[in-house]
Design a protein around this ligand. Structure first.
Ligand code: GTP
Ligand code: ZN
Length: 356
């Protein structure tokens, strides 16, 4: 049993075939280098050449929260990452911009706090989208609503009721980072060796919440700051902290929008209410349009299901189908280019050898 690794969330049932002496956890990602910890010491790390050659895309590269197998250069506090150990969960989104590309937010999370503030920013459609992404990641979602202090009890009840309509089976915790109300309710999820990540839009109070949770001193996994090549301190965005409770907390930068990458099955889970109605339709392949015996249309007419919620469900499914088409096209193109390149190489070889 490696006590140092245990503090970082490792347990002996993980990676039984890998020698604990070469395991470390990724604390932050800085462009092409990583800060990793073995619970005893931090290292500045990069991936090996072999790793680079084998990597197929962004998802293959280490992210914050990953367990990695490394070669350590203890004296220099440097390490080389040989490979990423299998992830038990991974939060992925479609990268911002036009490129069809997955972006890893964090890995090996037990719980994800979907943070939203109760003010004008409260957007239940956005919360729905986050719930889908979290289910898809394999971690458990918890909705954390901040800025409770800004509301009267009555207004609060109405706002929470709104969130409840989209958070079927998802715990909702209402807090104030200012008065500290509700903060202790988060303790259920902040258990020793459990990893929790915070996600949400900018300005919802994630950083403030991290400060409140770590008030009794964020014990950085080890307080050595590594300089970048220019000798300046690097500000890192995603970082894993060890809380006093022993829980591991990952802060992520505010996302302007969360574009889904994958998750049709997760939509089914997040929209269990809609799925329940749909499964009661007369036709098993009902499009919930004008078919007779459509339970969804009936629920919409009676008000059991809100039109907004149904629209959102359909929109997310359409979006995912579109995303999938783009990904397939990209994969096809890459395959084609690979064969083109091979043919070219072959021709060159033939020419060299004087074949025709
Ligand atoms: N009234 C009130 N204000 C809060 C609360 N939590 C955070 N704030 C304020 O909301 C603003 C934004 O908070 P941040 O913690 O910086 O938000 P963030 O989610 O970390 O934003 P990014 O770092 O951009 O992702 C700050 O002015 C905070 O003081 C709260 O519970 N109540
Ligand atoms: Zn139907």
């Amino acid at each position: 049993m490696n006590i140092n690794l245990t503090k970082l969330g490792w347990n002996e049932t993980l990676f039984t075939k890998t020698d604990p002496a070469i395991i470390a956890r990724v604390i932050t990602v800085q462009r092409n280098s990583y800060r990793i910890s073995d619970g005893e010491m931090e290292y500045l790390a990069h991936v090996s050449g072999k790793f680079l050659n084998a990597a197929n895309g962004a998802i293959d590269f280490p992210t914050v929260g990953d367990w990695v197998a490394v070669e350590k250069l203890k004296l220099e506090k440097k390490a080389v990452i040989q490979h990423v150990l299998p992830r038990k969960s991974q939060l992925v989104r479609q990268a911002a911009g036009d490129k069809t590309e997955a972006q890893l937010v964090a890995a090996n999370l037990d719980t994800i706090f979907i943070v939203s503030s109760l003010n004008d920013d409260l957007n239940i459609r956005r919360i729905e989208r986050y719930i889908v992404a979290v289910y898809e990641s394999g971690a458990s979602p918890v909705i954390v609503l901040t800025k409770k202090d800004a509301y009267e009890e009555e207004q609060l009840t109405a706002l929470i009721a709104q969130v409840e309509t989209v958070a079927i089976g998802v715990p909702i915790i209402v807090v104030s980072n200012i008065t500290g109300e509700g903060i202790q309710d988060l303790n259920t999820y902040l258990k020793p060796a459990e990893t929790v990540a915070l996600v949400g839009s900018s300005g919802v109070g994630k950083s403030t919440l991290v400060n409140v949770l770590s008030e009794r001193n964020v014990q950085k996994t080890k307080d050595v700051r590594l300089d970048d090549s220019k000798g300046r301190h690097t500000t890192t965005h995603r970082e894993l902290f060890v809380l006093e409770s022993g829980a591991l907390l990952i802060d992520t930068p505010g996302m302007r929008e969360l574009q889904l990458w994958d998750g049709e099955a997760a939509v089914d889970t997040a929209f269990e209410d809609v799925e329940d109605f749909a499964s009661a339709c007369f036709f098993s392949d009902c499009q919930h349009d004008t078919e007779p015996g459509c339970r969804v249309q009936e629920a919409l007419a009676s008000g059991e299901l809100s039109q907004d919620r149904f629209d959102s469900y359909q929109k997310l499914l359409r979006e995912l189908a579109f995303e999938k088409r783009k990904q397939d096209q990209k994969a096809q193109l890459e395959e084609k280019n690979k064969w083109k390149q091979r043919a070219k190489n072959m021709k060159a070889t033939y020419k060299q050898r004087g074949y025709k």
